[in-house]
Structures are given as structure tokens and as C-alpha cells.
Design a protein around this ligand. Structure first.
Ligand SMILES: Cc1ncc(COP(=O)(O)O)c(C=O)c1O
Length: 406
């Protein structure tokens, strides 16, 4: 056996590699009144970890429950680790780095989870994948589906940014816009897969999403000279990315490749702060999310309990910022680093800026700090309406350029 499942709430072990979503005991009382219970964690067999530890260099494939036999069919990573020199100097943080997951094939971090779920489908002989998404996960799953010949059925809030929906249509998915929130789309997609079959890829509901997302930590470990960073700032909605990042470092620890975990810092909008409330006050009740950062707009985080637990265990914390700060930060990132990030991704850096003094007091000025820039801004240029405008055109004449003084 390459892996088995463990319930993240009661610790019950399930010695199977069959398709499983949640612990039947812990999930039976999930009724939407508090963060769902019973999400599963994949435990890799010790032999898998021993083999990885013996290698001179590791790749995510060494740690996947469903490894790929040909990663060139849909390459995921290695995404660049950027030193944002001007910003690092301004903030006095010499060890600041940006991980540019906007450069993945579909333009967001979500390729990571989608790829591992596609490998799960392939291994289990399944062709149909059903999911709900705020936009990026759907686009990513649709892109992988196009590359690997899978049928994708995608439930999304009808208000998701148009480019994310168009992307999914172009990749050939069956797109079902829902007149409701992301949480509504989530519930409908689970009903659909219960009624019509297929693998459900919903974030954290399918434990393989966390396994795919952990790939970023394996990459970071190699990119940073086989070390873990001191802290990672992660934009958080459902809490699956941050759990994936933590799981990756946890696997590296179990393999004996690192001897301490980074601190995980959950970055959220003040207008969608359910997981921050859980981290700070053990409050697991839903919120009414209204943030413009659509990818992290979540009422009832699907992986809230696990995310809060990983953050606390690491000695990390949460930072919330206003939507205005998030939108302003998009412009700062673009003009000071050349990275155009979508609002959710900009939230991670907005949180770091807001948290700078506290971070330095905790870890010092030379700490190695990674900010995950999880999605490209090109998918949602509408967010710049009334904030940035193009200059008026000039006449095609030398006379006209004489009046330009830059
Ligand atoms: C670009 C981007 N950043 C961050 C997130 C948040 O991830 P999670 O919902 O797993 O917390 C998402 C989720 O859709 C996303 O698309």
C-alpha cells in the first residue's frame, strides 16, 4: 500500500486506497451551522518516505499518493521563486521571496490539486470529475481535463470573473453557473456527484486536493537549498491551500528532510475572515463573506478546522486586511515588482505588509519569508475599472511628443 487515510478530527484510520471523501462518523452531523468535520488526511507509507529521503533531489511526484508516470502531459511547476528586490529593500526584509504560481498553465495555484485529482481518476479508471469552484479551481480542472481527456462538470457562482468562466468553457468543461454563492455551488456539486457519479474534486472534501497542493512545499524545499523557509504567507478562503502547504512540509519532516516546520500565516480579507476567527477565538461558525477578492470569498470554509489547526500548531497566526488595502496592494505589486496578481493573491502580500513589524519582532529582519502569489491578475482586469485608465492617444506627430515630459 502506498497510502491510507486518517480522519483529521477523530484520528480514525482507514486502511484503504479506495475513493474516500470524509470520515463517516465525524461528517454525519455536518449541517452548515459550523465548519465541517471529518476531512481526511492522506498518510503515505513509511517506505515511500524512506525512498524519497534517500534521493539527492526530491520532486512532488515522490510524495504523491497517485504519482504520474509522465509529468510532461500536464507540467505542474516548478514555479519561479522571485526575489522582489525593491519591495524587500523598502520593507527591510532581506529574505523576502514571492512564489509565482500565477505562472502555472491555467494561471493559478489550482493546477496543483487538479493534476493530482486527475491522476486519482486515471488510477481508479474514472472519466468524470465534478466540482464547485470560485473560478480558478474550475479553470484548472478544466485545463487538466482537456490535456488528459476527462469530462469536467463545473458548478460556479454566476458572478465569478468572466475570464475564469470563459477559460473553463474554452477548455471544454460543462460549465454550470449557479445563481447563488460559492457555498451554494459547493453543495449542489456534491448532490450532483451523489446522483450521477464521477469523482468529486471539491476542495478538501476530496483529500487528494490537499495532496496536490502540497507539491508547492516540496518545490520550495529544493529551491531554498533543501531547507524550509521561516514563514509562509498564504491567501486563505476554504483553507485547503494552507493545509496543503503544511502537509507538504509535514511529509518532509516525516521523511527526515527538515527538522522544523515554517510558521504558516493565514491572510484573509476582513470581509471573509471565518478561518481567522477560528485561529484567534476557536470560533467555527460561518460568516457572511462579501469580499471583492472573489477566490477567497467563503462563508463556511470547507477545510477550516484543519487549516486553523495547522496554523496554530506551527506557531503561526492570521492577518486580516481591508478590501481597500487588497486593491491598493495589487497596484503596489504591479508597479514595484512587475507581478500582476489577482485580488486573492495580493491579499497574501497585503497581509505581510500590514504584519511587517510583528513579523520582524517574531522572526527578525533576516527571516526567510515566502509569499504565495497564487493567481494572475490577467483573469480579472475588471477589478481595475475606475482605478486605472489608459492615457488619451496623441496625434501621430513629432510636435505632439514635444509636450511629453516624463
Ligand atoms: C488565487 C487563489 N488564491 C487563494 C485561494 C484560496 O485557497 P483556499 O480556498 O484553499 O483557502 C484560491 C482559491 O480559490 C485562489 O484561487
Amino acid at each position: 500500500m502506498r497510502f491510507h487515510y486518517v480522519c483529521s478530527d477523530c484520528g480514525r484510520e482507514f486502511m484503504t486506497e479506495e475513493l474516500m471523501y470524509q470520515c463517516p462518523d465525524c461528517s454525519k452531523d455536518n449541517d452548515g451551522s459550523s465548519f465541517p468535520k471529518g476531512n481526511l488526511i492522506v498518510e503515505l507509507d513509511n517506505e515511500v518516505l524512506r525512498e524519497a529521503a534517500a534521493k539527492e533531489h526530491v520532486t512532488p511526484n515522490d510524495f504523491y499518493p497517485y504519482p504520474s508516470d509522465d509529468e510532461s502531459i500536464f507540467p505542474v511547476g516548478v514555479t519561479p521563486l522571485m526575489k522582489p528586490e525593491r519591495i524587500a529593500e523598502r520593507l527591510g526584509l532581506s529574505g523576502l521571496r514571492f512564489k509565482l504560481d500565477s505562472q502555472l498553465i491555467s494561471g493559478s495555484f489550482k493546477d496543483r490539486a487538479s493534476y493530482e485529482v486527475a491522476l486519482q481518476a486515471k488510477a481508479l479508471g474514472e472519466k468524470k470529475i465534478v466540482l464547485a469552484s470560485t473560478g480558478n479551481a474550475g479553470a484548472a480542472m478544466s485545463a487538466v481535463g482537456a490535456a488528459m481527456g476527462l469530462d469536467i462538470i463545473l458548478f460556479v457562482p454566476a458572478t465569478a470573473p468572466i475570464n475564469k468562466l470563459m477559460q473553463s468553457v474554452l477548455y471544454g468543461a460543462h460549465v454550470v453557473p449557479v445563481k447563488g454563492t460559492y457555498d451554494d455551488a459547493f453543495a449542489l456539486s456534491i448532490k450532483y456527484s451523489e446522483m450521477f457519479g464521477g469523482i468529486n474534486r471539491n476542495t478538501a472534501y476530496n483529500p487528494m486536493t490537499i495532496e496536490g497542493k502540497k507539491s508547492i512545499s516540496i518545490e520550495l524545499f529544493e529551491q531554498m537549498g533543501r531547507k524550509a523557509p521561516d514563514a509562509v504567507y498564504v491567501p486563505v478562503g476554504d483553507g485547503c491551500i494552507i493545509a496543503g502547504v503544511a502537509k507538504g512540509f509535514s511529509d518532509l519532516m516525516k521523511a527526515g528532510l527538515i527538522d522544523r516546520m515554517p510558521k504558516f500565516i493565514a491572510a484573509q480579507s476582513e470581509s471573509s475572515d471565518a478561518i481567522s476567527r477560528a485561529i484567534r477565538n476557536d470560533d467555527f461558525s460561518p460568516v457572511r463573506a462579501t469580499t471583492r477578492a472573489d477566490s477567497i470569498s467563503v462563508d463556511l470554509p470547507a477545510n477550516g478546522r484543519m487549516a486553523a489547526s495547522y496554523v496554530k500548531k506551527s506557531g503561526g497566526w492570521s492577518v486580516t486586511v481591508s478590501d481597500q488595502k487588497i486593491l491598493d496592494t495589487q497596484l503596489v505589486l504591479a508597479s514595484e515588482s512587475g507581478v500582476l496578481a489577482e485580488p486573492a493573491a495580493a491579499t497574501a502580500f497585503a497581509a505581510l505588509e500590514a504584519d511587517r513589524d510583528h513579523l520582524i519582532s517574531e522572526l527578525g529582519k533576516d527571516a526567510s519569508v515566502v509569499v504565495l502569489l497564487t493567481g494572475t491578475g490577467f483573469k480579472d482586469m475588471k477589478v481595475f475599472d475606475n482605478r486605472v485608465s489608459l492615457p488619451e492617444p496623441i496625434e501621430n506627430s513629432v510636435e505632439a511628443i514635444k509636450n511629453l515630459h516624463f
